[in-house]
Design a protein. Sequence first.
Lengths: 273, 301
Amino acid sequence: MKLNKLSLTVLTLGFAFLYLPIVLLIGYSFNESRLVTVWAGFSTKWYGELFADDQMMSAVWLSLKIAMGASTGAIILGTLAAFALVRFGRFWGHTLFGSMINAPLVMPDVITGLSLLLLFVAMGQLFGWPSERGSLTILLAHITFCTAYAAIVISSRLKEMDLSLEEAAMDLGAHPFKVFWLVTLPIIAPSLVAGWLLSFTLSMDDLVIASFVSGPGSTTLPMVVFSSVRLGVSPKINALATLIVLVVSIAVCIAWWFARKAERDAQMLPDEE
Amino acid sequence: MKKLLNCFSQGRTWIISVPYIWLLLFFFIPFAIVLKISLSESAIAIPPYEDLISYADDVLNIKLNLGNFHFLLQDDLYFLAYLNSLKTAFFATVLCLLVGYPMAYFMARAEASVRNVLLMLVILPSWTSFLIRIYAWIGILKSNGLLNNFLMSIGLIHEPLEILNTNVAVYIGIVYAYLPFMILPLYANLLKMDLSLLEAASDLGCRPWKTFLKVTLPLSKAGIIAGSMLVFIPAVGEFVIPSLLGGANTLMIGKVLWQEFFNNRDWPVASAVAIVMLLLLLVPIALFNRYQAKEAANEAK
């Protein structure tokens, strides 16, 4: 079916709603005036001010480090979790395990944040570790909620995978570990990339959970943005937003390319059914 | 096949137990601790609560303090905040469905090449910063913001509309931020739908609208439930949107919990607020879990 008039109208309006705020945000980042809503000529001075803001830059750096660690941890745990969900049939506590993968997707951040903070405090009292809250506790919290997303992305790929490929490698005498490394991993690689990128953006974006579990001295980017936004709009935040949109768009395009490539590769293989 | 399974089962326990234990420790046990703290008494100490169990002079004391829950019942503020959160989340979900369903429907019925691009366009905003997308609306909705400037310049209104810091702004924010989460499961569901059923209905003389109501809509029930839960549950506990777009009198329970914790430093009451919120969300979360499990089972077939 081709797009008719009605569907074209609905989709245009819908996407305008989704994109107009972002486009305006980007446009006004090049505004000369401090007033975000009055156009006073083209300027890139807010980008200069953004990069000169030490507090902001150190927050960016901390957030990037945490996001790298969190997304890497999340795809390792997420891959294990995806195997547990897809390959091993039912095991003791299978339903509980499934719920623990699905529930973080919808759990309100304030609940997750509070509960993790109380856990870290209790652990600190019982074991003396973690002795203080900071980037380590934020990292642990982020790994946990990102694992759920990564597990879901990876397991959907794992489900589609053709088992006969692994079987063939086994029959030819390959060690299971080698089979995983040479057969399974390349096949699920696109989902690992997608899961990693998704986890990375989720970690970079988290304000609420990080605020609960962070300590003095570890301020992530969303915390700086939030406290600055509370005081009112600032063109510097617009400049930051523009850079984030730019980076994310590039990352999503790369992820998209990987996914499409995987799809094409999968179509080239003969179907079993 | 058997050999394959054998080889996997060697590492099976290990592969299952690592993520299992991690999630038990960092996702499941914390809830038990929240429950425990919600039953304790607040104290001026670090951390600011008393222990439930104490042992002194050969006496083991277990003190369960229900005062925090009693306090929640007594103070109207909490009741109104819960009620308002549920109400806001419900209507925002309905609005999301009204906007998202037609979009998902037409996306699923578009040509394959267009479909993929549209899908990416829906996903893209949800990958950019949530905080910043909400921030974008402040500049639009302010009394001297872009929307008011635009409406006044075309002469539709003469006085700026008060939108920012009202419930309307909160609704706009929730619908805007959560729309992709509504569209994605609906789209996946509508895409899988067997179109021959629709053809059959129209061959039998069913009008397009009636076909939609009698065939398409009931068949997309699973997608509607999944999308609605993905919007409703997080929206109930939403903190960022009411604090940036809502006003001082926008009562939402996520904001109340935050203030209880950060401003009043009352950890036990904050925990009690979280426990009650969790109880309210138990049914929706179970519904969502069941849907996800069913989807997984369907895919495995």
